[in-house]
Ligand binder design. Structure first.
Ligand SMILES: [Zn+2]
Length: 291
C-alpha cells in the first residue's frame, strides 16, 4: 500500500521536466599504487577457521546440490576410489556452507572460513527415524556411517595444507556441529578427529594425563553448572548462560562429545566429558587476534 500513499493523500508527483541523463563519469587516473615502499606489520590472514561437513547424500546428489543451489563449499571430497578433490569455490571467495552459529568469538563464519564437504550418508537409513518417537534425544556412535579410508586420507592432507597456508590455530579446525550445535551434527561421531591429530598433526586434542588429573579434581570438588558452561565458552563454544541443562545446552555437550568423545556421545554432562574439556582449555588457552 505504501506506493499508493501519494494517491491516497490526493497528491501527485510532478512528472514533467524530469528528463534524466547518465552522469559523466570521470575516467582519468591521478594515482599509482606503490606496494613496495611501505609495509604494515599489524596484519593477519582473513581465513581463520576450517569447517568440515558431511553431505548426507551420494556423489551425484552432492555434486548437484553443491553446484546448482544456494549452498556450496570450497572443497568436495567424493566417495570414490581416485585421487581427486574438487575445488568448487576459490578460497578467496565465500562459500555458503556454515550458516548461523559461531566459534571462538567469531560469527558469520562464511566470511572467515574454508568449508570442506565429504560425501557420507550421515545416519544409517534404519536409524533415521530413531529420534522421532522420543525414546532418545541423540544418535549414539553406532548410528553413524563410517567414512571411507581414502576420503579420510584426502581430507587430512587437504586440511594439513590449508591450515599451514593460513596459519590456522588447532582449535579452529572444527566440525559444522561445533559451530551450530542445535542445527547440525556433521561430520558426526565417525569422523576420526583423534587420528587427524595423532597421524597428521591437525586440529586440537587433549593430553590423556591432563584428562586423568581433571577427573580426580572433579571428584574432589563438583563444579557448578555455571562453571561447566563457562568452560565450554572458554574453549570457543556458543553456550547459553541458563542455570539448567536445557536442550540448547545439551546440544552443545553432544557436539563436543561427537568431536572429543565420539564413542559415547550422550548429550549428558559427565565427569569424563568435563575432564576432557578442562584438559583442552589447559592446552589451548588464549584467544586469537581480534585487532
Ligand atoms: Zn554441514
Amino acid at each position: 500500500m505504501v506506493k499508493n500513499i501519494f494517491l491516497a493523500l490526493g497528491l501527485t508527483l510532478p512528472l514533467i521536466g524530469c528528463v534524466t541523463t547518465a552522469p559523466q563519469v570521470a575516467t582519468t587516473k591521478n594515482y599509482s599504487v606503490d606496494s613496495d615502499t611501505y609495509q604494515s606489520t599489524g596484519k593477519s590472514q582473513r581465513i581463520k577457521t576450517i569447517v568440515l561437513h558431511y553431505t548426507v547424500s551420494d556423489n551425484e546428489r552432492s555434486i548437484k546440490t553443491l553446484t546448482t543451489g544456494n549452498v556450496s563449499a570450497h572443497y568436495l571430497i567424493l566417495d570414490k576410489n581416485d585421487d581427486k578433490i574438487y575445488n568448487l569455490v576459490p578460497e578467496s571467495e565465500r562459500a555458503w556452507h556454515a550458516g548461523e552459529g559461531g566459534f571462538t568469538g567469531r560469527t558469520i563464519l562464511n566470511d572467515t572460513s574454508i568449508g570442506i564437504e565429504i560425501v557420507n550418508a550421515g545416519i544409517k537409513p534404519e536409524y533415521r527415524d530413531a529420534l522421532k518417537n522420543g525414546d532418545m534425544d541423540y544418535h549414539p556412535y553406532e548410528h553413524y556411517v563410517a567414512f571411507d579410508e581414502l576420503q579420510i586420507k584426502k581430507v587430512a592432507q587437504l586440511v594439513q595444507d590449508i591450515a599451514r597456508r593460513y596459519d590456522i590455530s588447532p582449535k579452529n579446525i572444527i566440525g559444522h556441529a561445533d559451530m551450530a550445535p542445535s542445527r547440525k551434527i556433521d561430520p558426526g561421531a565417525k569422523f576420526p578427529w583423534e587420528r587427524l591429530y595423532s597421524e597428521y598433526g591437525i586440529g586440537a586434542w587433549y593430553d590423556e594425563v591432563d584428562k586423568q588429573y581433571f577427573m580426580q579434581q572433579v571428584q574432589l570438588a563438583t563444579p557448578t553448572i555455571r562453571e561447566v558452561k563457562q568452560a565450554f565458552r572458554d574453549y570457543g563454544y556458543q553456550m547459553n548462560t541458563t542455570d539448567v541443562w536445557d536442550k540448547e545446552s545439551r546440544d552443545v555437550i553432544y557436539a563436543f562429545q561427537l568431536h572429543f568423545r565420539p564413542l559415547k556421545p550422550t548429550g549428558i554432562m559427565d565427569i569424563e566429558t568435563y575432564a576432557i574439556l578442562k584438559a583442552l582449555n589447559k592446552k589451548y588457552a588464549g584467544r586469537d587476534d581480534f585487532y
